[in-house]
Design a protein around this ligand. Structure first.
Ligand code: GLN
Length: 504
């Protein structure tokens, strides 16, 4: 009925709601109807909070009717929240059995900022268990399906958030990115995803995977929508000791400026180590075409080298499991979540609970991390990996002397078939080759759709990387590229996701 409202960008929808042409309740209902119609096939959501969503939208409508200015530029717009951020009115499972049905006693800072901004939270989205994975197949609640091809993965770990956008179930979503979990799903689903500078968005209430890498960020179908959301969730939070005490970069203004299509004076650095061999032909072709668009916009395209990026994956898969083995020790069957009362001692109950509550990938990483941190091996593995991390940060610093932003394909391939890599962890890990260096360095990066691959018709992504707190230039380049790509195609990519069969 209101299906057309689901095709609008968040910015367009907000304009209509704030001018009272449509109500926030109608906007929420249109998306709830869409979820009802397609989510049986897509499975982007683990929980839909219809009643709370309609109540929140009603408050926005009442306040607008009373003549009060909207609480934020996105007040009344629906959003899908990754199930790794705590919510008092909905369960938070992190895609794991161990937290099945858990109701957190507090809201994450991201959640409370969304509420304060009048954004309608539709529900919680599916993810790989504890955000470990690249396909959403490691969710304890079953995989999410890519709206572009239902037999394909939507990427991971935030496949639910990305699929919700591509299926027009929500115009906005929140993801988290520890090694690529916002950007790689964005690439796989033809949507926009941003990994902010480490410390740019509060981690308070973000259930930890690897604390030194985790970062929440905005997901949307357009660069401007991501920017609007970024300014709402970003900024200092005294509840997170790693939060940066500085204003949020002015990314909305940067995105608007970028859309004017002038990148003269900017240098775009192509990272030599992140192109060429190992990339699917259509991914590479679309990347090359994106470089031509950036040149047409006036940017100077230069080649840069980041020699230590090749060790990023190896370092990441020591640092991340080490932090995981420590962070996930809190799931001890005593305080919250699942409890399997088998055995006479606390240790036996703990072991039985963790055996039943964690899936194979989580167990693999806990074991790996415990080993890497064990005495006698600590320096050889964890210590060595931390040194690589420093070298990668230095590579970024050197590259940003030569270029204002760096670019690469976001992921080496388009979305692969469900089941393809689930039994081959190394093949799964290789998905994040191009996204991991940014997390290790704590810098910012985004993925913007770069069209569909000629050979399979599936979306590809352009990754744009910026220095820490350099989000403004990144959004400017992203928005300029997006506008140029749409002009070249003759239609907005954001409206092009394929039709799904709607169930009556
Ligand atoms: N795919 C990566 C991993 O499994 C990234 C995960 C993430 O960013 N949360 O670790």
């Amino acid at each position: 009925m209101n299906d057309d409202l689901t095709r609008l960008s968040a910015a367009e929808l907000a304009t209509r709601i704030h001018s009272r042409e449509v109500s926030a309740v109608e906007a929420a209902q249109a998306h709830l109807d869409r979820i009802e119609a397609v989510d049986g096939d897509v499975h982007a959501f683990l929980h839909v909070g219809a009643q709370a969503a309609l109540e929140s939208a009603t408050l926005v409508d009442e306040s607008l009717a009373a003549g009060t200015a909207p609480a934020s530029p996105l007040a009344g717009v629906p959003l899908a929240l990754k199930d790794v951020l705590t919510t008092t009115d909905m369960p938070t499972t992190v895609g794991s059995r161990i937290l099945e049905g858990w109701r957190p006693p507090y809201d994450a800072t991201v959640t409370s900022r969304l509420r304060a901004a009048g954004i309608t939270i539709l529900g919680k989205t599916n993810m790989d268990e504890f955000a470990m994975g690249s396909s959403t197949e490691y969710s304890a609640y079953g995989p999410t399906h890519n709206p572009w091809a239902l037999d394909r993965i939507p990427g991971g770990s935030g496949g639910g958030s990305a699929a919700a956008l591509a299926a027009f179930e929500a115009p906005l979503a929140i993801g988290t990115d520890t090694g690529g979990s916002i950007r790689q799903p964005a690439s796989m689903t033809g949507t926009v995803g941003v990994k902010p500078t480490y410390g740019g968005v509060s981690r308070y209430g973000l259930v930890a995977c690897a604390s030194s890498l985790d970062q929440a960020g905005p997901c949307a179908r357009t660069v401007l929508d991501a920017a609007l959301l970024h300014e709402i969730i970003g900024g200092h939070d005294p509840l997170d000791s790693t939060s940066i005490d500085a204003p949020v970069p002015a990314v909305v203004e940067a995105a608007r400026r970028g859309a004017e299509g002038d990148l003269r004076g900017l240098r775009v650095g192509v990272v030599r180590e992140l192109t060429g061999e190992g990339y699917q032909a259509g991914v590479q072709e679309n990347f090359d075409a994106a470089l031509r668009e950036l040149e047409k916009l006036g940017a100077e395209v230069v080649e840069v080298s980041a020699p230590h990026f090749q060790y990023g994956l190896a370092a990441y898969y020591l640092i991340l499991p080490s932090e995981v083995s420590s962070n996930l020790a809190r799931f001890d069957a005593m305080r919250y979540g699942l409890r399997v009362d088998k055995g006479a001692s606390a240790e036996e109950v703990m072991a039985a609970t963790r055996e039943a509550g964690f899936g194979p990938e989580v167990k693999r990483r806990i074991i790996l991390g415990t080993y890497a941190l064990s005495s006698g091996y600590y320096d050889a593995y964890y210590g060595q990996a931390q040194k690589v991390r420093t070298l990668i940060s230095r590579d970024f610093a050197a590259a940003f002397e030569q270029a204002d932003v760096l670019v690469s394909p976001t992921a080496p391939t388009t979305a692969f078939p469900i089941g393809d890599k689930v039994d081959d962890p190394l093949a799964m890990y290789l998905n994040d080759l191009a996204t991991i260096p940014t997390n290790l360095a704590g810098t910012a990066a985004m993925s913007v759709p770069s069209g569909v691959a000629a050979e399979d018709g599936l979306p590809t992504g352009l990754q744009i990387m910026a220095p820490a707190l350099g989000e403004a230039v990144m959004y400017r380049v992203g928005a300029a590229y997006e506008a140029a790509r749409d002009a070249a195609d003759g239609s907005a990519f954001a409206t092009r996701a394929p039709e799904l069969e709607v169930r009556a």
